[in-house]
Design a protein around this ligand. Structure first.
Ligand SMILES: C[C@](O)(CO)[C@H](O)COP(=O)(O)O
Length: 240
């Protein structure tokens, strides 16, 4: 089976929402997290959805799922004390509903509501073909590394730079193995699943996704999301 693991555990500090975490902000009458979940709900290749949610908002999320008639969510689990632990909670919940050694998990950010059915399918196909799929987009600006005194320590050749996005997709057994090894070795602060898999020696395969698959991190991203939705509804400019 193919499982969507959607991470909605963040408290949205960078968004400065003054209360409601950003994944619950509404756009066109629907919470951002519901916009995201609906892509997985509608995709025939997805059999089940697991959500990692802020503990105090689980009931709130359950009400939204009822209201918006989402049926594929099989488990909602609370986040942990850091991103890595939260993902691990979700992976363990996925393991409980898993039916075979070959089950695939697509780890996605709840605040990336512009994912498409095509990107979901492409992720699944690449996992079957190559063992994993890390969604990326080519960097459109030069990436610089900065040291402690805010001085530039390295300028990376842009031709080899991409930014990691989501979904990040794996065989469930592979990513669970790596998380369990990391726990044994006391490595608990890795930024995402790709970093952890790389650290434990897996060769990772990139999948170029659409640039509109943005993560709503700062207030400006919220307005970009609104503009893209509007453009999709009203016209076909730029092939959106
Ligand atoms: C997984 C991710 O989307 C890759 O770009 C990103 O690391 C998630 O970031 P956040 O720290 O949860 O905002």
């Amino acid at each position: 089976m193919n499982i969507g693991l959607i991470f909605a555990g963040g408290s949205g500090v960078r968004m400065n929402t003054k209360g409601l975490p950003k994944q619950f902000l509404e756009m066109n009458g629907k919470a951002i997290i519901i916009h995201t979940i609906e892509h997985f709900e509608k995709c025939k290749a997805i059999d089940a959805i697991v959500i990692v949610c802020l503990k105090d908002y689980i009931e709130y999320l359950e009400d939204l799922l009822d209201r918006d008639r989402i049926t594929k969510v099989k488990k909602i689990v609370p986040g942990g004390s850091c991103g890595q632990e939260s993902i691990y909670h979700g992976l363990c919940a996925a393991e409980e509903i898993s039916e075979s050694e070959d089950d695939i998990i697509l780890i996605h950010d709840g605040v990336r509501p512009l994912i498409s059915g095509k990107l979901i399918h492409d992720n699944i196909n690449m996992v079957k073909e190559k063992g994993n799929a890390i969604t990326v987009t080519p960097a459109t600006e030069t990436i610089i590394q900065v040291g402690g005194e805010q001085e530039i320590t390295n300028i990376i050749d842009r031709k080899s730079c991409y930014t990691a996005k989501a979904p990040q997709s794996f065989y469930l057994k592979d990513i669970l193995d790596v998380h369990r090894q990391a726990i044994k070795e006391n490595k608990t602060d890795r930024i995402d699943s790709a970093s952890l898999m790389k650290e434990f020696g897996h060769t990772l395969h990139t999948l170029e996704g659409p640039t509109e698959n943005i993560k709503i991190t700062n207030p400006s991203d919220f307005y970009i999301f609104r503009a893209i939705l509007e453009a999709k509804e009203n016209s076909q400019i730029f092939g959106l």
